[in-house]
Write a protein that binds this ligand. Sequence first.
Ligand SMILES: Nc1ncnc2c1ncn2[C@@H]1O[C@H](COP(=O)(O)OP(=O)(O)O)[C@@H](O)[C@H]1O
Ligand SMILES: [Mg+2]
Length: 380
Amino acid sequence: MLPTQNPQDVLNDESRQFALLVNSVTDYAIYMLDKNGTIQTWNPGGQRIKGYDAAEVIGTNFSRFYLPNEVAEGMPARNLRTAAEEGRYVAEGWRLRKDGSRFHASVVIDPIWVDGQLLGFAKITRDITERFEANEKLLKTQQSLFQAQKMEAIGKLTLGLAHDFNNLLAIIVNCLDLVAVRVKDPVVSRLVDTALRAAERGALLTRQLLTFGRGQPLAHEALDLGTVLAEMKSLLQRSAGESIEVAMEAEPGLPTLYLDKSQLESAILNLVCNSRDAMPTGGHVRITAAMQRISDPSVSEAGPRTCACLRVTDDGEGIPTDQQARVFEPFFTTKPVGRGSGLGLSQVFGFTTQSGGFPLLTSEPGKGTAITLCFPVSEP
Ligand SMILES: Nc1ncnc2c1ncn2[C@@H]1O[C@H](COP(=O)(O)OP(=O)(O)O)[C@@H](O)[C@H]1O
Ligand SMILES: [Mg+2]
């Protein structure tokens, strides 16, 4: 407490001026440390940002503000050394408040030299959590916009290619049919059959590509997710194999959805097969259908919407973080030739988006993966 004094006298006294200045600042923690990092002074900014009052911190080491792993690595003492040796330490990082919560700090440490002797350090900390989080959010928005644009571009390219390819395949199939009618030689018939089968596989491939490019006409019908799942139960369990347990649960009272049933079934099967491939030694697949409020991550600033969500969760190997943005692209596969076409999730993506929904991926390497098909429903 400053004793009552003529305000003008206070302002003329230099040391008082500094005390006043430091004690009026609440946006910055400004305090002094001795050579070993023991806190010598404290200001209201320190109290506001870190939550401690002066009596709690003066005399204790400033390393208490660091995260435990950073203390274990010797970071607080190292930062003081850097300040002493290089004349200043400037950094940003996470620090701890009294209540254990974290804040993003901008930190400056200056050494205090008197007559060539290191007396201690002046330390200024600012809470820049808001700015940091705003930047992170901006970065994320930019990334999801980029991702959406990339999928759009690949979709257009794929669609164009698939259309042309389909037309070529139609000509090949027609000609082969004509050859089969005209030539009765059994050897030629066999060759024609083989060629036709290959053309059919090509046609299947182009259909999947058309689905990804959202160029496949959808046959909407009124569906109940619970019924669709129940009908598929034995097929899914068979596809998953014996070492994998498939469980399903549909919330009662789900709204009727208007979707293409065969595309929906393909999507569910694709998801379950991916889960199976991710659990070579067995595990669990859980399929749920439930209402949820959820936002489309590819639309920045979109608020949550009420969606009917179909989710396939497994406890398999998960997807490495750097691959997560690519798994919906056509032909992206990590499986050996012959095992993966890379078209499963692109079918899932194309079908879901063409149906007015969006897919959502969460995956943790080593723990498992969940893919959710979200179909927004109009709110009552
Ligand atoms: N449930 C999952 N667990 C782990 N990885 C997955 C899962 N689902 C998809 N993936 C990854 O995404 C890739 C693309 O999947 P997909 O489009 O179905 O193609 P494919 O299964 O033919 O490789 C897979 O190769 C795999 O790396
Ligand atoms: Mg697949």
